[in-house]
Ligand binder design. Structure first.
Ligand SMILES: [Fe+2]
Ligand SMILES: [Fe+2]
Length: 279
């Protein structure tokens, strides 16, 4: 029997946006019926946990309400973002402490039959926080201890958009320097897949750049084409991973007709007006 893992992402929960909570409730009802062995949220659990305790508290109670085992890694809206010029909410010790207070650890190592699942906090990787170095050391130990298990990595931001050697600093991916540090550790043991969120688009191109990179869609909203380039598919849903004890696996997008496809570009009251792409 395969281990059934439901990867949900970008739920953006807050009492201030009932529309996103309604989508979560719909997803939660589906998952409670399905009873997967584990739920992993790949970040942006909350609308603005980076600054609002109550959003993280709500996200915690919503996930506990699943009545299922669940794990999570933080997203930029949970703990802040890469400290690039103009970043309004840089990841810092205060934000990380808030996450830990409400949700728990910002990384995880979980063994299931034949597999080691490793969750990483992509949001601190470009910071000088001691937690960033501690995480790299924990990753080394997690890989050393994997002892022949298949590996799956979970983090909020994808490692890259198209190529691992892209150098541009972008909002959408792990920055180049930490990306290469992580890859140098991962590649000798070649994870079966790297699963991320953040882009609010579904994408699975099979193995490219030497790794299977699976992007989960959001369960809350998309960013419309006027505001974000389509590099994957703009749908809502989640990813079902069936992990077999021999290290083989199947991953697929699950869409739920009851999820309402909100476009954040048409909801300026949530995160402010989104910048339109140049025509
Ligand atoms: Fe998000
Ligand atoms: Fe995000």
């Amino acid at each position: 029997m395969a281990f059934r893992l439901a990867q949900i992402s970008d739920t953006h929960l807050s009492a201030r946006v009932p529309a996103f909570s309604a989508n979560f409730d719909h997803l939660a009802e589906h998952l409670r019926g399905l009873r997967p062995d584990l739920v992993i949220n790949t970040g942006d659990l909350s609308l603005d946990g980076a600054d609002q305790d109550e959003d993280l508290a709500l996200a915690r109670s919503a996930h506990d309400g699943l009545g299922l085992d669940w794990l999570a890694v933080p997203g930029n809206h949970d703990v802040g973002d890469d400290p690039l010029p103009g970043c309004r909410q840089p990841a810092n010790a205060e934000r990380l402490a808030r996450w830990r207070r409400h949700i728990g650890q910002n990384m995880f190592v979980q063994d299931v039959p034949g597999w080691r699942l490793i969750g990483l906090d992509s949001q601190i990787t470009a910071t000088t926080l001691p937690d960033a170095e501690a995480q790299m050391e924990a990753l080394v130990r997690a890989l050393e201890g994997a002892a022949g298990r298949a590996l799956a990595i979970f983090l909020h931001k994808p490692l890259c958009q198209e190529r691992m050697d892209e150098m541009e600093s972008t909002y959408w991916c792990v920055q180049s320097t930490p990306r290469h540090r992580i890859l140098d550790l991962l590649m000798p043991q070649r994870p079966a897949f790297v699963a991320s969120g953040h882009v609010h688009q579904w994408r699975d191109r099979g193995v490219s750049e030497g790794l299977r990179q699976i992007w989960a869609p959001s369960a809350a909203f998309i960013v419309g084409d006027a505001y974000q380039e389509a590099v994957g598919e703009k749908q809502l849903g989640y990813v079902e991973h069936a992990l077999h004890a021999d290290g083989s696996f199947e991953s697929r997008l699950v869409t739920l007709p009851g999820l309402v496809l909100h476009d954040i570009g048409e909801m300026p009251e949530v995160y402010g007006p989104q910048r339109r792409l140049a025509a």
